[in-house]
Design a protein around this ligand. Structure first.
Ligand SMILES: C[S@@+](CC[C@H](N)C(=O)[O-])C[C@H]1O[C@@H](n2cnc3c(N)ncnc32)[C@H](O)[C@@H]1O
Length: 275
């Protein structure tokens, strides 16, 4: 669906989605009252969720700045979420106003709000939001807006930040990332984060397991993965090292990192360059 023919459709307000919950944790502003009620139940288990989402988002911003510093001028941001501060096109354009961005999300509120923002800004010439699902990479790559805005002969910045936990093993997320990688020209960069409890302290492991299980009642159940499984998403990429595979907080930080913060150890992050 092209950005300029997007029509808002009914959403199931009763069933929270990962996009709306993430937005609530990040901004404190629920889209629907049901998101707040459900989000507060998750908060009861993991009070550091606001901090976790802030760190995740801050990684995305640093990764985009890093990619622009490496010469990337076009981005495919899959699972972009509801627009908030530090959207990819805003960050990239601080450095190069001509940067082009295609956002993709399967969440109707995320798509509708991004569409509204881009229309309002008048930036649809260089930025688009498409309704798409990571599980259908062909649709994403072949979409007229991707074809209009992305030059597949020039390096592309692929962002899949905190989205893979919502793609279960039976959808084979490694194969999906591989399909996208194969469409990218050499020199492209790939950034990802993934929630994990592998390195968490015992208390956080316990609470995090309960919080993750609550997501079974949402549109987007969560799958936790370990470091080794996260690293395999970078097959065919050379991981930027330093810093290597780190926690999101620790990836080229631009402010001091609180090493004792429990949220820190629960989000793996990396950026890789396509060989
Ligand atoms: C936790 S939010 C992350 C938002 C943003 N990437 C960030 O890191 O700030 C996850 C987003 O991924 C989207 N998502 C989940 N599964 C998806 C899928 N299969 N295809 C496309 N988007 C998906 C959700 O709708 C949501 O907007």
């Amino acid at each position: 669906m092209a950005a300029n023919d997007f029509q808002a459709r009914d959403v199931d307000a009763g069933k929270p989605t990962s996009a709306r919950l993430y937005h609530y944790f990040l901004t404190g502003e629920p889209v629907f009252r049901s998101d707040q009620i459900f989000g507060d139940k998750v908060y009861d288990e993991l009070p550091f969720l606001h901090t976790w989402t802030m760190h995740n988002r801050a990684f995305l911003v640093r990764a985009v700045r890093f990619m622009v510093s490496q010469g990337i001028r076009q981005f495919l941001d899959i699972g972009s979420g509801l627009p908030t501060g530090g959207n990819t096109h805003e960050v990239a354009r601080e450095i190069d106003p001509s940067a082009r961005v295609v956002y993709v999300d399967k969440d109707l509120d995320a798509v509708a709000r991004a569409h509204q923002l881009l229309q309002h800004e008048g930036s649809t010439k260089t930025t688009a939001i498409i309704e798409g699902d990571l599980r259908d990479t062909e649709q994403i790559i072949g979409h007229p807006e991707s074809q209009r805005l992305l030059d597949f002969d020039e390096p592309i910045g692929l962002l899949i930040v905190s989205v893979l936990p919502f793609v279960p093993d039976d959808s084979d997320p490694h194969r999906l990332v591989g399909q996208l990688r194969d469409c990218l020209p050499t020199g492209s960069q790939f950034a990802a984060t993934h929630v994990s409890l592998e390195d968490a302290d015992d208390h956080t492991k316990q609470q995090g397991t309960i919080a993750a299980s609550l997501y079974k009642d949402t549109a987007d159940p969560v799958q936790l993965r370990d470091r080794a499984t996260f690293v395999r998403f970078f097959d065919g990429f050379t991981i930027q090292d330093p810093p290597g595979v780190t926690y999101a907080t620790d990836w080229l930080p631009d402010q001091p990192v609180d090493l004792d913060e429990p949220a820190r150890r629960c989000n793996f992050a990396a950026v890789g360059r396509k060989l």
